[in-house]
Every structure is written in C-alpha cells, then in structure tokens.
Design a protein around this ligand. Sequence first.
Ligand SMILES: [Zn+2]
Length: 79
Amino acid sequence: MDLTLADFVLFVVLGSFALVPFFAVISRTLHNRVEKRSLANRVICRLCLHAFEDTSHVRTVDCPVCGATNEKGRSRKLG
Ligand SMILES: [Zn+2]
C-alpha cells in the first residue's frame, strides 16, 4: 500500500469531517445530562416564581425569597 501525501491529506480531511458530528453528539449528550440534572433540582416558587436549585432530598423546600413552602417535582415548567 503506497500512501501519497495527497491520500494522507484526503484521509485526514475526511476523518475530521467524520469526527465533527461525532463530537457534536457527545457534547450535546453531556450538555443534556447536565441540564437534566439541574432541572431535577430546580424549584420554582409557586408564590413569587423565583427559580432556585435545591440538591437536598427533602420533599418540600422553603423559597429563599418569600419563604413559601414548595413541593419539589411539581414545579411548573417555565421554558
Ligand atoms: Zn417565593
């Protein structure tokens, strides 16, 4: 097998074109995972609509702004 410089360049170019969607999928997957995790901890206050994150495992959390008790996992999806 004789690999000329042109063949090598073509191979590298085609290879990088093939890698672009591969890395795009990987980065999108990682991004989605991070976003999902933060969404699971996101609480939106039912009174003042203040959005905050709570990583504790209790069922209800108090809003840091108005002090209202919010049930986790039932917050409305805003965007
Ligand atoms: Zn509040």
